[in-house]
Design a protein around this ligand. Structure first.
Ligand code: HEC
Ligand code: HEC
Length: 299
């Protein structure tokens, strides 16, 4: 906040406070003046009469008056301790940001303390540990279900994590790597490289790898293209390559759909599935608990 605003705010706030005090003290109990009227029922009146009704000169109730003084003192003390006047810090140096950071730190400590019970525990042991599995399912619901589905079965473009078919492998190291560092699948687009006919042929060949009904003549002509263009990543028999995240094409499990048109679209336009890195949100311990949870669901 600029100094100009600070001065503006300070003058308004302090001026208001002084004004209120002055008003209170000046009017709390009117002095007897010449214009004062007669005493009615033992109480002095102000001399103002409307339609035969006289205004009495009552002082404010004591408790009310004292409350007013106390709130004013409270305001002054508050302004001294906390940042109330623009840029002025306040003697406690309190800020919302500091408070947030303290609370986040406390939360981190709590989480670390809780997760220390899983330190050094094997994933297989975690799968038999009720705490770990409940925690894993909560973490999954919070951080993963939006993309992978609440049952972890995924959807088009978002892998099913329960089918035992892993793009990048199911070792502890690979799963926690997927979670913490994210993944980027790169399937090149063949629009510019292959003709439409070649794409149709190679797509039929891909389908034949998992033993599906195909146009055998097309599939046969697609083999040469596959061996030359695709086998480097997907393997000669379509067995896939976990180093590249290239899916197995021979198992009839599809990330982007297994219809002829899905496969042709994949080959024509390419695909680039992105798993965002979670290392800013999750600790390595939390990723391990998640890995154990996923393995318990996969078979
Ligand atoms: C924004 C969407 C998104 C979120 C959130 C997300 N994922 Fe993913 N995840 C993906 C995509 C997309 C892929 C596939 C990447 C690819 O195509 O190479 C993937 C891949 C994976 C893989 C690799 C699967 C394999 O077959 O090897 C694992 C494991 C995984 N995610 C676990 C998780 C966990 C655990 C969480 C929660 C902490 C999570 N993901 C959150 C989108 C997401
Ligand atoms: C550079 C390595 C590479 C090459 C070359 C390559 N692919 Fe891929 N392919 C991938 C990767 C990686 C994915 C997964 C993309 C993702 O996760 O988003 C993929 C995905 C696919 C899929 C989708 C699989 C599914 O489960 O839905 C099909 C089909 C496919 N590729 C076929 C082919 C064909 C046919 C060729 C040759 C014309 C080819 N690929 C060449 C790396 C490659």
């Amino acid at each position: 906040m600029s100094t100009g605003w600070t001065i503006f705010i300070s003058v308004l706030v302090i001026g208001n406070l002084i004004g209120v005090m002055w008003l209170l003290l000046a009017t709390s109990s009117k002095k007897k003046t010449e214009s004062s009227g007669p005493t009615i029922d033992g109480i002095e009146s102000t001399g103002h009469v409307w339609d035969g009704i006289s205004e009495l000169n009552h002082p404010l109730p004591k408790w009310w008056f004292n409350m007013f003084i106390l709130t004013t003192i409270f305001a002054a003390v508050y302004m001294y301790l906390y940042p109330a006047l623009g840029n002025v810090e306040g003697s406690l140096k309190w800020t919302q940001l500091n408070q947030l950071e303290e609370q986040m730190e406390a939360n981190r400590m709590d989480r670390a303390a809780y997760f220390s019970q899983f330190e050094g525990m094997e994933l297989t042991a975690m799968q038999g540990n009720e705490n770990a599995m409940t925690t894993g399912s909560r973490l999954f619901a919070n951080y993963c279900s939006a993309c992978h589905g609440s049952d972890a079965k995924g959807s088009k473009g978002f892998p099913n994590l329960t089918d035992g078919d892993w793009l990048y492998g199911n070792s502890e190291a690979m799963i926690t790597h997927s979670i913490l560092n994210g993944r980027q699948g790169v399937m090149p687009a063949y629009e510019q490289i292959l003709t439409t006919t070649q794409i149709k042929e190679v797509s039929q060949y891909v389908l034949s790898l998992s033993g599906q009904q195909t146009n055998d003549a097309l599939a046969e002509s697609g083999k040469a293209t596959f061996d030359m263009q695709c086998a480097a990543c997907h393997g000669m028999g379509g067995e896939g390559n976990q180093m590249l995240g290239a899916p197995t094409l021979a198992d009839n499990i599809w990330l982007y759909g297994g219809l002829v048109r899905d496969i042709e679209a994949t080959v024509t336009l390419g695909r680039s599935g992105k798993m965002p890195a979670q290392s800013k949100l999750l600790s390595p311990e939390e990723a391990r608990v998640l890995a154990a949870y996923l393995l318990s669901k996969a078979n």
